[in-house]
Design a protein around this ligand. Structure first.
Ligand code: NAD
Length: 435
């Protein structure tokens, strides 16, 4: 697979060529773009962790801080064997654009540890999480860089990290000068987490679906939707889209897909999964899902369905140059990060398929993380309804800005979103006199 950081740089170059005419001082603009091609800082280290058998193991760790012109760096920490420097650099760059898309006052960062978390016990994971915090303790904080969960890290990971960061900073400074709860987001509710965080990404995507359908003049009840991936993001997306009246005809998880031409109820499918059933055999094993018209599909077949909207919500690189020409959906909402490769993107563009890119479609998650930080800083917590009500206008405005840019420039959805996001960051860098 290509180097993700090179992909991020290539995207920035495309957008810079389209933006340059808006700047009088072209030399300065080009300097700022050069600066944005590389993160401000990439911190690398080896974490030493005592394992349950008494031996000490070392784990490679990274934190990439891309840009903080619009506010503190913000980005998750992933525990995964494939983590590498170029991946965290790319992910931190995309976080900068994602925060700029919805206008939340953050820059982008990302962290990671090279580890297979399935090989570690809970106690070892706790010691690894605490070791990571020691490694970045001076580089994070509520006004510096605010981590969150990512692949294989959870609310529990953040809880250990809050505790460790508070301990380390108290030891170092003699007292606590900064707010430890506001230093991490994605925390459990019992430790300063926000209402609505679990469903925020999926719900934000459903708001985007609503806006897109309206812009295309389509009615919910006649708009068919196929959702690949039925985890946190996919299930909440499907549940909210169903609530808004859209016809969810297919869903899938890693074990396979189901298709119901007349539409299915994702609430029932989720109840079935939570009861230990599988999507593929739910008609047999789960009476609440029973539907005589249900067909089983493979995951590839789901991607190739003739539907109005395809919603990849599982993994990166699922639509590639190998299968892009088989996609029949009229529009794609990228709820997963990076589900379409750059080669596939241009094939889809030529086929006239509208793609709503990940940095807009799944920005609901980081937006509610921002709400969590605001609540932690003020020490006053909002109701579930308040959180969701505040999310809607931010997502809708971000969609409107993308749509207007698309109509004005004739560019793809992805380039249109990037034009707005990159310009916001470039302007902030210039206003500060940096670059
Ligand atoms: P998750 O682990 O909860 O769910 C992933 C789902 O994908 C599971 O149902 C799994 O069975 C399914 N899956 C795995 N392989 C598959 C395959 N080959 N075909 C079909 N389904 C398959 O993860 P999540 O939190 O829902 O994240 C999904 C995607 O959304 C990731 O790309 C993630 O980076 C992105 N994302 C998540 C959030 C968030 O708030 N959770 C925010 C922004 C972006």
């Amino acid at each position: 697979m290509s180097d993700p950081h090179q992909n991020a740089v290539a995207q920035l170059e495309v957008v810079a060529k389209l933006l340059v005419d808006q700047y009088q001082d072209k030399k300065r603009f080009k300097q700022v773009i050069e600066k944005l091609k590389t993160p401000d800082r990439v911190i690398e280290g080896q974490l030493k962790v005592k394992m349950d058998n008494g031996q000490v193991r070392q784990f490679k760790a990274f934190r990439s801080q891309h840009n903080n012109a619009r506010g503190p760096y913000k980005g998750g920490i992933r525990f995964h064997p494939d983590v590498n420097k170029f991946e965290v650099m790319a992910l931190s760059t995309w976080m900068t654009w994602k925060c700029a898309v919805t206008g939340i006052p953050y820059g982008g960062s990302k962290g990671g540890v090279v580890v297979n978390p399935r090989e570690l016990s809970q106690a070892e994971l706790e010691r690894l999480s605490r070791a990571y915090v020691n490694f970045v303790a001076d580089d994070i904080g509520p006004w510096t860089d605010i981590p969150a969960p990512d692949v294989s890290t959870t609310g529990q990971t953040m809880a250990w990290m809050v505790d460790e960061w508070e301990k380390v900073r108290r030891q170092r400074d003699g007292q606590m000068h900064e707010n430890p709860l506001a230093t991490f987001t994605g925390k459990p509710l019992a430790l300063g987490g926000s209402q609505g965080r679990d469903e925020a990404t999926g719900l934000g995507g459903a708001y985007i679906l609503e806006k897109m359908a309206r812009a295309l003049g389509k009615k919910p009840q006649t708009t068919t939707v196929a959702v690949q991936g039925f985890g946190n993001v996919g299930s909440w997306f499907a549940i909210h889209a169903h609530r808004l009246g859209y016809k969810i005809v297919a869903i899938s998880d890693s074990k396979g897909a189901i298709y119901v031409e007349t539409g299915l109820d994702p609430n029932k499918a989720l109840a079935c999964k939570q009861a230990g059933g599988q999507l593929g055999d739910s008609a047999k094993s789960c009476p609440s899902c029973a539907n005589k018209k249900m067909e089983k599909l493979t995951n590839d077949q789901l991607l190739e369905l003739d539907v109005d909207v395809l919603v990849p919500s599982a993994l990166e690189n699922v639509i590639t140059s190998q299968n892009a020409h088989k996609i029949k959906a009229k529009a794609i909402i990228e709820m997963a990060n990076g589900p379409i490769t750059p080669e596939a993107d241009s094939i889809l563009d030529k086929k006239g398929i509208l793609v709503i890119p990940d940095v807009l479609a799944n920005a609901g998650g980081v937006t509610v993380s921002y709400f969590e930080w605001v609540q932690n800083l003020q020490g006053y917590y909002w109701s579930h309804e308040e959180v969701l009500t505040k999310l809607k206008p931010l997502m809708e405005t971000a969609f409107d800005q993308m749509w207007q840019m698309k109509e004005k420039t004739g560019q793809s959805g992805r380039v249109s979103v990037y034009l707005t996001a990159v310009k916001r960051v470039v302007d902030a860098v210039m206003l500060r006199g940096r670059g």
